[in-house]
Design a protein around this ligand. Structure first.
Ligand code: HEM
Length: 514
């Protein structure tokens, strides 16, 4: 009895804890398989180091990692378990996936709380199987088949913008562009138009929710029960009690889940061109696939619907906002683009001012402008870890043990001065000179590469070409006193990039002078 109570005294508990944590720290610093890799000692000892930058500093670990590389070199240990590389010459090895299995890091992707979604499936083979049914749907050929859907939304975007033209009223072009993206994405993926473009404020609350959404992921990475606990709150309760933006988002989530369930049922009787008006969606592709029955459950299919549609929202919208700002604030770039478009229009068969997507894709300067936008805003602010589960990786003089998560951050690579002199400048010329372009062709990767390359890449390209061509031909925007270059400064990792100006892009608009 006496022995038990002395073992349970606070002094002995404290001593045990001190002994445990110092032994653990000693092991992680000197005996762990990653002990030989450079980096701050505290990061090697505990993941609370990352948690501090993720949670307390609100998404600053990406930028801290950039600083750590300056001090410790191109390969560093950023947590007890994980390495980060900042060396473009290693990009192909880590992301182009020639042979062997490449997993994602379950600790990072599970925290997104969309278990089963393609993008957050860690296992190589499982990911491949789940992605297979969607590849044809997102192929370039299928995007071309759906170009009228995109063009119709571009026309709607333009008519909404035109309402502000010459009125002196300021438009939040950022919200308008986000609304466009959401409407295209949900209609293409799920066959339903949520009519964000019809709303007076372009449904800006939804945009704000997406720009703050990374917080839950960053918290859940470190406090594992947090995300699942939040998801367990009934949506009806949140719709009634949360603030208006979260409630709106919840209404959308609830409706798209019901829609997914309805489509899964309807898919059994789907006939192409049938008179029930059913349009083929990704739900039909999954339903008809050889995937296991458990992968066709409403919950699993909804995980894909939610993340595939969501992946097309603020990613492409951020790129477009940045491009629109730079193009319309720079008369030389604007003039050159308009000349190129005018030339292409005069050469078109019917002289029509609406140039087909195929023609736009051939325009070298427009393409250079879009590429430069994607360089500066490669959608994701975070590192994308890859794991070779069954073999060592070699980096320089280091042997990386099998199973180690290793990440690179595209945002940092796209800002590498060795590849892009004056990396913060919006400089489309970089992409005009074939020699300069050659230098970066292996490491320019806004959509990543390899087996996990962005599924919606062709859709995103089609959207940016068609929107930019239409805006250039129809409008002039004046940002003076409303939006500045520093609004596009990357401020935090919300999984997606979050900028100083958030998603706002205020402008005065007028119809283009001939
Ligand atoms: C400029 C716009 C976009 C950029 C820069 C972009 C970038 C990326 C990147 C870097 C990844 C890899 C993520 C990872 O490895 O974890 C990715 C994956 C993905 N993207 Fe995009 N994306 C864009 C637009 C879109 C659109 C419009 C959609 C669909 C509507 C989409 C759907 C997806 C999906 C489903 C994945 C997961 C693919 C997989 O894991 O197999 N993206 N995207």
């Amino acid at each position: 009895m006496e022995l038990t109570s002395s073992l349970l005294s606070w002094q002995s508990i404290a001593l045990t804890a001190v002994l445990y944590f110092s032994t653990l720290a000693f092991y992680r610093l000197y005996l762990h398989p990653l002990a030989k890799f450079p980096g701050p000692k505290l990061a090697a000892i505990t993941r609370y180091y990352e948690a501090y930058y993720d949670i307390i500093k609100n998404g600053q670990y990406t930028f801290k990692i950039a600083d750590m590389h300056k001090k410790y070199g191109p390969i560093i240990r950023i947590s007890p378990y994980e390495l980060h590389i900042n060396d473009p010459s290693y990009f192909e090895k880590l992301y182009c996936h020639s042979g062997g299995k490449w997993n994602k890091y379950d600790w990072a992707v599970d925290a997104q709380c969309a278990i089963g979604a393609i993008i957050f499936t860690p296992d190589h083979d499982r990911h491949k199987a789940r992605r297979l049914p969607l590849n044809a749907y997102f192929s370039k050929a299928n995007i071309f088949r759906h170009k009228d859907l995109i063009v119709a939304k571009v026309d709607k975007l333009c008519s909404r913008i035109a309402e502000f033209s010459g009125t002196g009223r300021i438009i939040d072009l950022g919200a308008a562009i986000s609304a466009f993206q959401r409407d295209v994405s949900t209609e293409f993926v799920l066959g339903k138009d949520y009519k964000n473009l019809d709303q007076d404020d372009f449904g800006v609350g939804m945009t704000l929710v997406f720009h703050g959404g990374g917080a839950m992921w960053r918290l859940t990475k470190h406090i594992r029960w947090y995300g699942p606990a939040m998801l367990a709150i009934p949506k009806d309760f949140l719709i009634k009690n949360a603030g208006p933006n979260t409630a709106n988002f919840m209404r959308y989530a609830q409706d798209s889940e019901h829609e997914t369930a309805r489509l899964l049922e309807a898919a059994a009787t789907y006939k192409p061109g049938g008179d029930d008006g059913q349009r083929r969606t990704i739900v039909h592709e999954i339903f008809d696939s050889d995937l296991l029955e458990e992968d066709k459950s409403v919950a699993r299919v909804f995980a894909d619907v939610a993340t595939v549609t969501g992946a097309g929202f603020e990613t492409t919208a951020s790129v477009l906002r940045l491009i629109v700002y730079h193009v319309f604030s720079n008369p030389a770039i604007l003039g050159r683009l308009r000349d190129e478009l005018a030339h292409a229009t005069s050469g078109s068969d019917d002289g029509s001012s609406t140039l087909p997507l195929q023609t736009l894709e051939q325009l070298p300067y427009l393409t250079a402008v879009l590429m430069e936008g994607m360089r500066l805003s490669p959608a994701l602010a975070t590192r994308l870890q890859r794991i070779a589960p069954d073999r060592e990786l070699i980096y320089d003089r280091y042997r990386i043990p099998a199973g180690t998560p290793v990440g690179m951050t595209t945002l940092l690579m796209h800002m590498d001065e060795r590849l892009y002199p004056e990396p913060h400048r919006f400089e489309p010329e970089r992409w005009v000179d074939p020699e300069a372009r050659k230098k970066t062709e292996k490491t320019y990767a806004p959509f990543s590469r390899g087996t996990r390359i962005c599924l919606g890449m062709h859709l995103a390209w089609a959207e940016v070409y068609l929107v930019m061509a239409a805006l250039l031909q129809k409008f002039d925007f004046d940002f003076e006193g409303l939006t500045h270059e520093d609004h596009f400064e990357v401020m935090s990792d919300q999984f997606i990039i979050s900028t100083k100006g958030k998603a706002v892009l205020q402008a005065c608009v007028s119809h283009r002078m001939a």
